[in-house]
Design a protein around this ligand. Structure first.
Ligand SMILES: Cc1cc2nc3c(=O)[nH]c(=O)nc-3n(C[C@H](O)[C@H](O)[C@H](O)COP(=O)(O)OP(=O)(O)OC[C@H]3O[C@@H](n4cnc5c(N)ncnc54)[C@H](O)[C@@H]3O)c2cc1C
Length: 479
């Protein structure tokens, strides 16, 4: 089918205004939250599962690869059309279809923004726990694809722990259900846990068109501490000390001096300007429990060298502390126009050592590195701040990022805690996985998407040898 007829066919399915193809308009879809770029051949914005199915079937028939796109906040290039794919954008499919308060579940379309869901269900005394720092913008579909984490995932687990069922459209347009049926709140399902396999598949298995999530009751009490430390080392010691006491806070976030200063230039969050690091610790639970554990946490902070400990007295104080933390990446605009955010994981016990080496890497490559991260999980986020307009700056940032990832792996950690592999980290996969490991992953992908039409060129290194298994009947087996 020629391009004009193909565009017309997409328009016939989703409506004339919902197919983007003018080169100027396509520029909007060129990037996500990271540094990779790629202009899609066309962007189609379906309004329902049925439209998604018909669009996918047509793309399949015409041999067109597809990249799903949520809100485009991804930090590993997952939604980027690196090979000129068409994008299916889910911004029109943004309805909360059902909130079942009694059974504590909600069914949503993939374009629903994370915070919108949480805000809606809080009216019924419930919450959606996974809260990526991008929650004001990122979509549930993108969260599923990346198995998103967030500050409160320390206590509650990442997205996969909160997804019960999925309606998914496969590469050829077929529609399947994974996990709990979207129409029933029954939580246990027999057979393989394909829901679990799908979450974190980075848009390579299929596209989620409906999502059933678990809701939790809003806790009776919340207590939020801000502990300021003279340096990163003492803040890291405080993290280990709290955990060593058997306390699992709902959240435990760390910010270094560069981050504190960037934030304070944007808003007065009450973070001490002269601190070398701050820890934001939140406890949730029953009133008495939170008070008791809170006293122990506070003692821990002082014992490990805190120079200041504040407790948010009012809800508005708490909101301000979190607004500053979740706005940290934006605040880096005060320092440099571009940011390359590295997402590595290390054992918590190695935090001090690894952060010192991250700082050395910054000096070696001549880049400023700010650290703001989920300290309780050992999930580092060194943010390399640079100006793309300076010759060689992007290359230096990219090389520094690679060096940091190698460092994390050498420290017994891994390549990504929550942002996915996507385009960004695919060449580093051999640092953690053997050829056989990756072949096993691709065989699973082939079971969902045998033609590899969804997000091709992501996750696996270019040129990695892979022979899809041919069906071989075992000897003696009669067909
Ligand atoms: C300031 C900032 C802070 C962040 N903080 C966090 C954080 O704390 N924790 C965290 O985990 N991440 C964080 N992120 C990263 C990002 O927000 C998450 O990865 C988020 O889940 C991406 O959602 P999205 O809707 O923007 O997805 P997109 O960027 O649009 O896409 C991401 C991936 O999802 C796939 N996809 C999108 N929709 C679907 C669908 N319906 N079906 C199948 N695949 C789909 C895409 O193909 C792509 O591979 C942050 C990003 C920014 C910019």
């Amino acid at each position: 089918m020629d391009r004009a007829r193909l565009l017309q066919a997409f328009q016939d399915i989703v409506g004339e205004g919902n197919v983007v193809f003018h080169p100027d308009d396509l520029l909007v879809y060129e990037y996500d939250g990271s540094v990779d770029r790629g202009i899609p051949s066309v962007v189609v914005l379906p309004g329902s599962s049925e439209e998604v199915s018909r669009v996918m079937a047509l793309a399949y028939q015409e041999n067109i690869p597809v990249a799903a796109r949520g809100s485009g906040t991804g930090l590993s290039g997952g939604a980027i059309a690196s090979q000129g794919e068409m994008q299916i954008s889910f911004t029109r499919m943004n309805r909360i279809l059902q909130v079942d308060v009694e059974n504590r579940v909600a069914v949503v379309e993939p374009g629903v923004v994370n915070l919108e869901l949480d805000t809606q269900v809080r009216k019924s005394g419930l919450r959606y726990a996974p809260d990526p720092s991008s929650q004001r913008a990122c979509s549930l579909g993108g969260n599923i694809a990346e198995n998103a984490g967030g500050p409160h995932c320390l206590a509650y687990g990442t997205t996969t722990n909160h997804v019960l069922g999925l309606e998914v459209v496969l590469e050829d347009g077929a529609m399947i259900n994974l996990g709990s049926s979207i129409d029933s709140p029954v939580r246990e399902t027999p057979g393989y846990d394909l829901r679990g396999v799908f979450v974190g598949s980075e848009g390579t298995f299929g596209v989620a068109t409906k999502i059933m999530v678990r809701l939790l009751p809003v806790p009776q009490a919340v207590k939020t501490f801000l502990g300021a430390f003279p340096d990163i080392d003492s803040a890291c010691t405080a993290v280990s000390s709290v955990i060593a006491q058997g306390i699992v806070p709902a959240a435990m976030e760390m910010m270094d001096a560069v981050t504190i200063q960037a934030i304070q230039k944007t808003m007065d969050a009450g973070y001490p300007n002269d601190a070398g690091a701050v820890l934001l610790i939140e406890l949730e639970g029953l009133q008495e429990e939170v008070e008791g554990v809170g006293n122990r946490v506070e003692a821990c902070l002082w014992d490990t060298g805190a120079i200041q400990v504040n407790v948010a007295q009012e809800e508005q104080d708490r909101v301000k502390l979190w607004l500053a933390r979740k706005g940290a990446f934006g605040a880096f605009g005060n320092i440099a126009p571009n940011m390359y955010l590295v997402d590595g994981v290390v054992p918590r016990t190695k935090l001090t050592q690894v952060l010192a080496e991250v700082s050395e890497i910054g000096s070696q490559y001549g880049v400023t590195i700010a650290n703001v991260f989920h300290a309780g999980d050992g999930n580092l986020h060194p943010c390399i701040l640079f100006d793309e307009r300076e010759a060689g700056a992007l290359d230096r940032a990219t090389e520094a990022s690679a060096e940091i990832l190698r460092l994390c792996v050498a420290a017994g950690g891994t390549l990504t805690g929550e942002h996915g592999v996507g385009l960004e980290k695919k060449e580093y996969m051999p640092l953690v996985f053997s050829t056989e490991d990756m072949a096993a992953m691709r065989q699973v992908r082939d079971a969902f998407a045998p033609e590899n039409r969804l997000n091709p060129g992501k996750i696996f290194p270019d040129g990695e040898p892979y022979q899809p298994p041919a069906y071989r009947p075992s000897p003696g087996m009669s067909l």
